[in-house]
Structure formats: C-alpha cells, structure tokens
Design a protein around this ligand. Sequence first.
Ligand code: HEM
Length: 459
Amino acid sequence: MNQDDLSDIQSVILYAYKNLPHASYLILSIEHPDLFKQWLREHLPEVTPSTQKDTSSALNIAFTSSGLENLGLPQDTHEQFSREFKEGIYTEKRSQLLGDIGSNASEHWEWGGKARPTVDAILLCFSETESGLSDLVTHLTYELEAYTSIHPLTTEALYERKEHFGFRDGVSQPGIKGIHTQNSDQLPAGEFLLGHTSAYGSDTPAPGSEHDKSHRYANFGYNGSYLVFRQLEQDVQGFWRYLDNQSSEENDKVYLAAKMVGRWPNGAPLELFPDREPEHFNPNSANSFDFSGDTMGHKCPMASHIRRTNPRATDLGLDEDEAVRSVNHHRILRRGRPYGKPLHSKLLPTSMLKAEDNGETRGLQFLCFNADLARQFEFIQQTWVNNEKFNGLYNDLDPLLGARPRPSGPSGDDFSIAKKPIRQRLKCVPQFVTTRGASYFFMPSLSALKQLAHTDTDA
Ligand code: HEM
C-alpha cells in the first residue's frame, strides 16, 4: 500500500478514531442531485483521508446503490457493483438470512427499508468534543437541509469503551498488512478494500477497473469499501433480568453473561481466564489465544458471541492451519459505537441487575467494512450467528444477537455451556437485540468522490 493509496482511502475504513469519542451519523435522502453535487464539491476538501492523523474532527461519506444512481453513476459502472449491494439489505431472501424477521423486519424500521424515504447517503461526523461535533454538523447541514432530507443518528461514548450490556467492545479487530503493522492478526488489504489483493491472491473486483482510462468513472471502485450499517437496539434490562432469574448468586449471573459474550466485562477472554474476571490483565494478551485447546468449549462456549463471530482455529472439521485460513475469509473491520444513555453510568453488572428502566432506548450503531458483503458480513450473520446448529450445537443461536424464538423450525433459544460432568443448558433465552434500521453503503475513495461530484458540464 503506497502513500497515494493512503491519501485516497477514507480514514474511517482504516482507523476507528478512538481519539474522537463524539460521533453523529446523518442519513440522507438526496432530493436534488445537482444541488447535492454542488455541496459535495464544496465540502470535498473536508473529507478525511487516511493520511490525516491527529485531527480534532473528521468527516467520511458513503452512498447506497440508489444514491450512486441518483448522482448519475452510469449504468456500465453501476452494474459492476456486487449483487448484494445493488439489491440492498432488505430483500425478502436477505431478510431471512440476516434474521430481519418478526420484530426485526424492515417494515418496523425507523429508517431504511422499502416503506421509508430512500436512503441515498450517509455522512459520518466525528469530533474530540461534544461542542466540536455540534459545530461540525451545523456547518455541514447549514445549506444541505434546504434540499435534502436528513435523519440524524446519535452515538454515546460509554464508560471504558463498553457497549450497553456492560462489556468492553472493540477488543478484537483484524489489521491490514502493511498498515496495521503492530497488529499480530493481519489480513491482505483486498479483504477490506476493492481493487487490492485478497486472501485468495487475486484482486477484489472494483467497479470501473476495466473502463478505458478516458472513461469519466475509470477505476471508480478502487480504494473503496462496502459499509454495513445496522442500528441494533439492546434490551439491557431484559438481558440482566434474564440472567438474574438463572441464579441466586451475583457472581454466577456475571459468569453466565461472560459465557454468552466469551469475554469478561473488562474484555479479558474466557479462553485465558475461564474461572473469574482478572482485576488486571495485559491488554496485549487480549487476543493471544485461539480455541484449538478448547475443542469442547469448556472455557469459552461454542455458542458464545465471540466464538461464533470469529471461531479462530476451532474444530471446523479442518486441520488448524486450514481452519484459520478458512475463518479468515469471513472477517470484518468493526467500527460500531453505542447510542442512548446507559442503564448505569459505569455499566456495572451489580448496578444494572438492580436498575429501574428509565424508558430510554439504547443500542449499538453497528458499522463494519468488508470487500465482499456475501462472503464476509452476510456469511457471519447467516452461517454463524443465526445458525442454531453452529459447530455441533443443536438449538443455540448467538446468545446476544439471535432473533428468538424462531417462527418455525427449531426455536434457537437454548444456550449451552459445556461443563464436566454435565453440560448446563439455559432455556428460553429471549431476544435481546432488535434491528431498528439498516442499509448497505459503499464508501468511495476520495478520487471517486471527485468523479461523483462533477457534473456533465465539468467533463
Ligand atoms: C448489539 C449488538 C452487539 C453487541 C452488544 C456486541 C458485543 C460484542 C462484544 C462485547 C464483543 C467482544 C469484544 C471485542 O472483541 O470487541 C464483540 C466482538 C465481536 N462481535 Fe459483536 N456485538 C454486537 C453485534 C455484532 C454483529 C451484528 C456482528 C457481525 C455480524 C458482530 C461481530 C463481532 C465480531 C467479529 C467480534 C470479534 C470476535 C473476535 O474476533 O474475537 N457483533 N461483540
């Protein structure tokens, strides 16, 4: 990856902006494409490239398939995008495989889906301070709101980078070879960026790569990435209340919650600390494990969230090297942030077990980047998260994410914990997470944003 590429790639793909804790996401419906292009031309210099570090605020932009069409991307370029992106996240078939059924179904969503105004684009705004974020959003939307409908989505930086159930988030993340050189878990750039070499040794298809150089949209997809955005509401009280009913011992309740996640609330992995949460642990060791020594799931249950979203080297019927290679074809770069006030400011399980619900909604604005929606995000969601038979299980969906009970077939509402001499099985696990909105986006490179922003008269 050379410097030219880095200054062309939008920064949020490569960096999580941990130093910019305040964020707002603006979902746009572009009503007047020409005016929007004019806005884009004016604000292009503010879009943050990957070379721009130590900034106090950042802006990144992505588009849906309809957004690209709306802005005039010609058919011969548009048709080269992947089928999943062009069809969108809410087709009947895709809703089934992603678990967007029942209360998760798109007809109940607050944004996205067929019945709402079409989602065309998203502005991702980040800042060091709350006032900085407010200034940035005002600056960006000052004129835009006159001709574009805007649905703002907020975020909330929680104590010690936890998510609302009370667990440290953003602990395990793959790195990109040649960029995240400190990360021991690195994958080729083509797993996340179009037009680069993937783990299969070939370049990930990038729309426009076969256009003649004189084509206005030549190489349009290069250095871009697909963005999955899901607003996932969390029933935090329901989660802790369910665990409260499973045991009379407080330590046991936290232990069961940790078994569901696969990590303790402070992020320590069960694989290394199976019995109790360590007060301190070396964060560098947070990912120095795989599950090869725990093929029965005695330390970290097979059904747990982290084991099924990244089985690492598990017994998937393959030898260890082959298993790692195979699992690594299904990795994602997560960039999610919580939204809504926490049930308890420090997210302590002891306090959340007792907290009264204040009626506020809360959850995770789940974002992830990948180069192949079907092979990466959709595979995880369909084959691992929403599969009650995952890795030898029988009736266990992902304990955090599963859409339960299923309307037909196995209910998927068990949670099995392998133990000696006999396994423990939690029954009737309710649904804790509900989809409230979702869309697939494409985040173009800075050069592709320029191609989009220009009008026919500029050609
Ligand atoms: C409200 C919804 C969710 C919650 C509360 C949640 C929570 C967590 C937590 C606490 C961790 C462990 C810390 C870490 O490694 O960062 C984690 C890891 C992870 N989650 Fe989620 N998650 C949610 C949704 C999702 C979704 C929708 C996906 C993808 C389909 C996903 C994929 C992953 C992956 C890939 C990991 C890292 C596994 C590893 O490499 O060890 N999560 N999540």
